[in-house]
Structure formats: C-alpha cells, structure tokens
Design a protein around this ligand. Structure first.
Ligand SMILES: Cc1cc2nc3c(=O)[nH]c(=O)nc-3n(C[C@H](O)[C@H](O)[C@H](O)COP(=O)(O)OP(=O)(O)OC[C@H]3O[C@@H](n4cnc5c(N)ncnc54)[C@H](O)[C@@H]3O)c2cc1C
Length: 808
C-alpha cells in the first residue's frame, strides 16, 4: 500500500471502481482504491445485473446510455469478461395512462437519439411469449437493454483502472479521515495511513458511515430488495429454440415487476408495497458478502399479479430467492459531487442502479475532480439538490415513498406527500385557511394555487389540464388587471460583504456590479462559458444581496465557498428563511405600496430595478422594484417575525384594488407570456449565455470574469441553437418540458418548459431550436403525448412586448 497518493477512493463496489477507472481515463494515474473486503462485496455482487436507460430525468437517461454503451470498451481495456448480453427490453403498459406515459418517454427518446419504438401488446407478446397480451395495452421497445455479470463488471472497472496506473487495495478498511490545514487528507486504515489530496466516498451500503467520518449526515437509506429465480420454463426453452435468442428484459408497471431470462427460467424482481428499510440508522461493519433471509410473503401480492400477467410462471418451481440491501437517496437518483464547505471530499453514493449508472457517475465525478466541472448537466444527481433539511427521518419517509412508487406514474403536476410538511413559512396557516394547494420546493411548502372556497384544496393529477386551470386563469387576471400578492420566501438569498466583495462578485458574475440602490440580473458561468447560475444582484451600499432559484441554495453556496478568497476579505452567508418576502404585482401595485410605505414610491422615486430600505407601516423592509410576472411590481423583504404583519397590511391596503393571492402556477403562466426563462429549465450548464438569450447580461467589456473567453467565442461564432418562445396549437394538454420539436419530419430541438399563458390565452413552450429555425415563419411541431401539434416561434414577448408595464 502506497502511503502517498493523489486520490483515495473508499469502496470497491461498481461505483468506486468506475470512479477509479474514469480518473485514470482523465489522466490521473496516481490513484488508489481501498476496499475493506473484496471487490463487489457490498450491494454489487448480488445485483440482478439488468441494464437499461429508464429514468424520469433526460440527463440521467443520457448518462445511463453512456454506461450501457461503455461495457464493450471496458472488456477491451481490462480483458475481463463482463457477461454482456444485449437483449433489448420491453416496458409493458396495462392502462391508457401508462400508454400515455410511454408515448412521452418515446417522444423524449427521439431528441436524445434513442432507438426505441412503440408497439402493440400483441407485437410485444411475439417478442415475449410468456405474457398474456390481452391484459396489456401496448409497449415500448428499447434496444439499449440487456444484462451484465455484476462481479465481472466491477472487476473489469478495477482492472481497467489498474491498466491506467491505479492501485487497488483489498481487505483494508478506512477507519477515519482527518484533514490537514492544506486541505489534503490523512486516511487512517486498519493497515496504516495513506496521505491523499482527495478522498472519494463510494462507500455504497456504508456511504453514511464514511460521511460520518467527516461529520456529514447523508440523505441515504438502504432498502431490502428481493428477486426470485425460477426453475427452467418450457416456454423459455421454446423461445430460444425458435429464435436462437434470449428473451428481452421486461418491466411490467401494473405488476410492479421486472423480469429477464436466467438459466432457462426467469429472474423476477419486484418493488413490493410491503417494503422494508434495512438497517435504517447504522450499517454494521460486520455485514459482509451476505444475503438477507428470504421473506417471500412480502412479495406474494406482486407475484400473484405476475402469475396472472405471465400465466406460465404459475406452474414453475422456485430455484432461488435473492434478498439483499441497496441504497437510495430520497428521490432515487445518485448523490455525487463535492460537498459545500468541505475541500477535496467527493461523493459517489446513493447509486441505486449501479450497473446502469456507475459509468455516468464515474465520468461526471472524474471530470469534476480533474477539470473543476462535471462537464455536463448532472443536476439530477448533484448532492446539493438536498439541503441540511434532508434529515434521516425525512430521508426514511421519502425513500420508502420512492421505492413503493418505482413502477408508478408520477404526473407532471403531482406533488408527493411523504416527508411533508417539513419547512413552513409564517404564512402557512394563513394560506392553508385561504385554501392553498401546496407543493414543496427545497424542503419548503410553497402555495401552488388557491382553490375556491368550499372546495377541496386538491389538484387532479393528470397529463392534461387539471382543475387548477380555471382558478389559475383568475389569479393571472387579478395580477394583470389589478394587483396580486404572492410569497417569495422560497428564493435562495445570500448576503455578501467585506472589502473585497464587489471585486469578487465582479469576477464571478458576468454582468456589471450595480451601483448602490440598484439591482441587476447576472448569469454566472463556468470556465467553459456554460451557465452555472442565474442571479439577481442588489447593491445595498454596505453589502450585496444575491437572489436566485430556491432549489439552488446549496448549489450556489457550494460554488461561492469554492471561489471565496482565503484572506477573509469576502464573507458570504445564505439567509434561508431568515429573510422572507412577498411580491405584489399588477397595475395597481404601486397604489398599494404608496398607501403603506413611509416614503414616495412614485415612478421617479423608485425606478424599475431600484432597491431601497423603507418602513412599511411599522415594519422595516427592503423593497425592490421588480417581479417575475413582467408587470409593474415589487418584492418586499423582511424578517420572518414581520411576514404576517406585512401580509395583513398589504392585503388591507390592496382591498380597494381587488388584491388576490396568487401562487406558483400563476407566476409560471405570467413569466411564460413574457418569455422569461427559469433556472434548471431554460438555464442549465449545457447552455451558453448567447444561446440562452442572456447576452445583454454579459458585459464583455467590463474586464475579465470567469468564463469570459468562452463567452466571447460563443458570441463571435454565433450560437447554433437558441432559446425561443413558441406558441403551440395545443388541445387539452400543454407541454410540460422535454418534448421534442419537429421540423420537416425531423426532430430539431426540445422543449424546456411551458404551459398555458392565461392572459394572452395561448399555449406556450420555451425551448431550444437551431438558429436557422428561429424565424416565425418556420413551421414547427411539438409532440405532446404522441400528437404532433403545430407550433411557431414568437419573436417578441406575448404580453407587453415593449416592457412598458414593468418599466412604467
Ligand atoms: C437484490 C438486488 C438486485 C439489484 N439489481 C440491480 C440490477 O439489476 N441493475 C442495477 O443496475 N442495479 C441493481 N441493484 C443495485 C446495485 O446492486 C447497486 O446500485 C450497486 O451495487 C451500488 O454499488 P456501490 O458501489 O455504490 O455500492 P456497494 O456495492 O455497496 O459497494 C460499496 C463498497 O464499499 C466498501 N466500503 C464501504 N466502506 C468502506 C470503508 N470504510 N473502507 C473500505 N471499504 C469500504 C464495501 O465493502 C463495498 O464493497 C440491485 C440491488 C439489489 C439489492
């Protein structure tokens, strides 16, 4: 064991071995993996070995495809057999809703370049004769599915890494980690210490324990999972004999079952409703390469459905039951990346489908470690999507919910109930009394819309327009015709101060730092000139306030701390729920504010993008003149102790102007008709500012800033695609994001978000299309639940194109 190395990867499961391999591929050869037993000794050895690209997130679909396509390379480099067998796979729909869902998956697959195909139930039965076709509606065929040998793959990653210069140390346990002042690590093992620049936690089932070595409580929970292997099935042999092929992989959503051929029989696993977390608080170090006792009763209801859907299985004996634990994060996606405020400590944990995902995880993490950026959009698996609010109890509730819903549809307007309410603002009870329909964002309850009095505050879950449609239209009308009020406490907010603050922000952000009393919008870029932030900067003279998307609070904070000078001349503090706010918007909003403010807020005294401290009644507040509605409006920020008082004051003053509460759904509709993009939809790390239409916020002439060279190049070369607003000839369903955009029989772009713009009464989609197709006359089509709907680019905002309302 070498006592000095650049990286120690802790854990020799499929994930740690992939990270090790990708580090060597990225050019770091002085890297070491430490495994307490043998490779694959955690979850990896007993996996079913199925590989596929199924994921609700398009970016992860792409990374899973990368993983699946990596295996031949891995065999070549390592010389190790991975047992790859690409059978293709079928996802079976047993209801019209599941068929709609498959249509959406199929459409999404088109712009990702996936080769999948919608087929009838009888066509599916020709490929998989074990099923009773009469019980299904249709299926999706996907070429990128098959199986691998889990231990072979894990060893292949390790061997390929060794070929690249890495060292693999077995039978050695990491017991403790301590960081030196220079940020490097002393890694204490039961066979001596190793000094390393970086450590990677790829501890799998022990990911929490390796987190606790640096006082991190990670949002991870292992679930006990079972699959059965049957005795040989005559129909399987018959299929082999007639086709010469193995059966395809199958997912049967109705039965909550996945299945594949195994040694002449079938391997059948289920995400059972009667599920069990495994070792919910601590994973014992004594747990070795072992299985749990079979608990067949718990999966009996799912097996019963399976025997109906696949009748030949009812008469076949069981050969084996595999029952083992594997780890999930609250939303079922991996947790990777650096950790806020912790130098040189990296995570590659929570990977619940290692044989589908480990390649992508390894690639992204290795890029991040060697280049300072993952080089792709990995938001869906970035650990920073969870804040400190994702406690052990929250994680337990959410993981169990996710596990039991693994083969259930989550509708685009669906808000899942587990682990809620968690954080609530001081207006929670008031809004609940006003019949708010609640959603959750970054742990905080947020009002989506306000149901009419006397009706249940519940939104129908659907792919189409819901019961919210008419009410949200009224909320939008209240804003556009008078004044509306909404809560803004869910934004992320940061206080930046110190003598170096202005210079630091100037280098980090693309726009000029605003003068005192003013606000600017400013993207943040990585060195490659891609968008890694979309911030509002307010200059309060003695300090700056930065506002951004609420879900990105930890993501931004991690970035700020990463870039912070060590001399202490800049201080950054996330304000969380210590600064909360309300926004009033609409043509009457100035009248309302005028009635309660202690100073004039006339058009010359509080101009568009001004910010001032003032008293609202007796409440000290910061008032900025801007809103995301694109209307005349204000954001009013106060301490939480004053939020209720502020709300009552504004409601009272707004009474004579017909003030109405509006929620996030209305805000989304209002921003769409202005063509305003939002973080994690239109603005993501795969886009440059020119293609995202943000060039006006990139001051190339202000001096150097992070990403400037790349931004100059992007502007000089001209973007090949652009963010546009499209008007869609929709029927009863609007886009939800990730739909393909067609032109002339080809998929040319994709939708990032959209919905119904109520004031202008149009169905709207924002998305990226090739620059040459941004002409409003270019005929486009957008695929919504299997239907191609005519669409055209809208050259100017649909509402108030001159911006006179918000500037007036
Ligand atoms: C029944 C079952 C079926 C499954 N089927 C599939 C499937 O078909 N397809 C699929 O993609 N996935 C499947 N999975 C999931 C898959 O097994 C996991 O996603 C994967 O194994 C996770 O790999 P890992 O490397 O993160 O964790 P692990 O395999 O748990 O590896 C972690 C390793 O770290 C080591 N370690 C931990 N702490 C230390 C320390 N302090 N010092 C040294 N070493 C340490 C452990 O010994 C272990 O070897 C299945 C899981 C189960 C339980």
């Amino acid at each position: 064991m070498n006592p000095e190395t650049r990286v120690v990867v802790i854990g020799g499961g499929v994930v740690g071995c992939s990270v090790l391999y990708h580090l060597t591929k990225a050019g770091w050869s002085d890297v070491t993996l430490v495994e307490r037993l043998d490779l694959a000794a955690g979850s990896s050895w007993h996996a079913a070995g199925s590989i596929h690209t199924h994921n609700g997130n398009v970016y992860l679909v792409d990374l899973q495809r990368y993983t699946v396509e990596l295996y031949p390379e891995l065999e070549r480099v390592s010389g190790q057999d991975c047992g790859i067998y690409m059978t293709g796979g079928l996802q079976l729909a047993n209801s019209p809703e599941w068929m709609d869902w498959l249509r959406m998956v199929h459409a999404r697959g088109r712009y990702l370049g996936m080769e999948n195909e919608l087929i009838s139930a009888s066509e599916a039965a020709e490929m998989f004769p074990l099923m009773d076709a009469s019980l299904f509606v249709g299926a999706l065929w996907d070429r990128h599915e098959g199986r691998v040998d889990p231990t072979g793959v894990t060893r292949a990653y390790a061997k390929a890494a060794e070929v690249g210069g890495a060292t693999v140390v077995r039978n050695t346990r990491v017991d403790a980690l301590s960081q030196r002042p220079d940020g490097t690590w002393d890694v204490r093992t039961d066979r001596g210490d190793i000094h390393a620049e970086h450590v990677v936690n790829a501890g799998g089932l022990w990911g929490r324990e390796v987190g606790r070595m640096v006082d991190l409580e990670l949002p991870l929970l292992a679930m006990a999972h079972q699959y059965i292997v049957t005795e040989p099935v005559p129909a399987v042999a018959e299929h082999r004999r007639t086709t010469g092929k193995e059966l395809p992989m199958v997912v049967d959503f109705g039965g909550e079952i996945y299945m594949r051929e195994e040694a002449g029989g079938v391997l059948l696993g289920t995400y059972e409703q009667d599920h069990r977390p495994w070792s919910p608080k601590v994973t014992p170090w004594t747990f070795g390469s072992e299985l749990l006792q079979p608990e067949i009763d718990r999966i009996a209801p799912e097996l019963e459905v399976g025997f109906t859907h696949f009748p030949v299985l009812a008469d076949v004996g069981l050969r084996n039951i595999v029952h083992g634990p594997f780890v999930f994060a609250p939303d079922g996606n991996p947790c990777i990346g650096p950790v806020k405020g912790l130098r040189n400590y990296w995570l590659a944990v929570g990977v619940m489908a290692g044989f589908c995902q480990a390649g992508g995880v390894g690639l992204a993490l290795a890029n991040w470690m060697t280049e300072g950026d993952p080089g792709m959009d990995i938001w869906a698996m970035d650990v920073s999507r969870f804040g400190d609010w994702a406690t052990m109890a929250y994680t337990n509730a959410k993981v169990r919910e996710h596990y039991s819903r693994r083969f259930k549809i989550t509708f685009p307007n669906e808000e899942l109930p587990a682990g809620r309410p968690l954080h609530t603002s001081p207006l929670y009870d008031r809004y609940t009394a006003a019949n708010a329909v609640w959603g959750a964002s970054f742990g905080l309850e947020v009002a989506l819309w306000f149901q009419e009095p006397g009706r249940e505050p519940i939104e129908d879950i659907t792919f189409r327009r819901s019961n919210a449609f008419r009410v949200v239209a009224e909320e939008c009308a209240a804003v556009r015709n008078g004044v509306g009020i909404t809560e803004t406490s869910g934004f992320s907010k940061f206080r930046v101060e110190g003598e170096g603050a202005a210079a630091w922000l100037d280098r980090l952000l693309t726009n000029r730092i605003p003068p005192p009393g003013r606000i600017t919008l400013s993207p943040m870029l990585n060195h490659g000139g891609r968008l890694i932030g979309d911030l509002t900067v307010a200059n309060l003279e003695r300090y700056f306030l930065l506002f951004g998307s609420g879900i990105a609070e930890d993501y931004y904070m991690r970035r700020f701390l990463w870039d912070l000078p060590e001399n202490g001349e800049v201080r950054v503090e996330p304000l969380g729920q210590r600064l909360v706010g309300l926004s009033i918007a609409g043509p009457r909003s100035r009248d309302v504010l005028e009635a309660v403010a202690d100073q004039s807020v006339g058009p010359e005294d509080l101009r568009f993008m001004d910010i001032r401290a003032m008293d609202i009644g007796m409440i000290p507040a910061l008032v900025g003149r801007l809103t995301f509605t694109g209307d005349l409006g204000y954001e009013i920020w106060v301490g939480p102790e004053n939020l209720r008082g502020l709300y009552h004051l504004l409601r009272k003053a707004g009474g004579e102007h017909g003030m109405r509460d509006f929620g996030l759904r209305a805000l989304d509709s209002l921003r769409l008709e202005k063509g305003f993009g939002s973080w994690a939809a239109e603005y993501r790390p795969i886009y440059g500012p020119a293609e995202a239409g943000l060039s006006r916020f990139v001051a190339l002439d202000k001096g150097d800033f992070v990403g400037r060279d790349a931004a100059v190049r992007e502007r000089e070369e001209g973007p090949v695609r652009r963010l546009v607003t499209m008007v869609v000839d929709a029927a009863d369903a609007d886009v939800v994001g990730d739909e393909p955009v067609w032109h002339d029989g080809r998929v040319v772009g994709w939708v990032t978000s959209g919905g119904y713009a109520h004031t202008v009464e149009r169905s709207v989609a924002l998305g990226y299309v090739p620059t040459e197709l941004t002409d409003p006359d270019a005929p486009l089509e957008i695929e919504i639940i299997g239907d191609l709907r005519a669409a055209s680019v809208q050259p100017a905002p649909l509402f108030d194109p001159g911006g006179t309302r918000m500037r007036g």
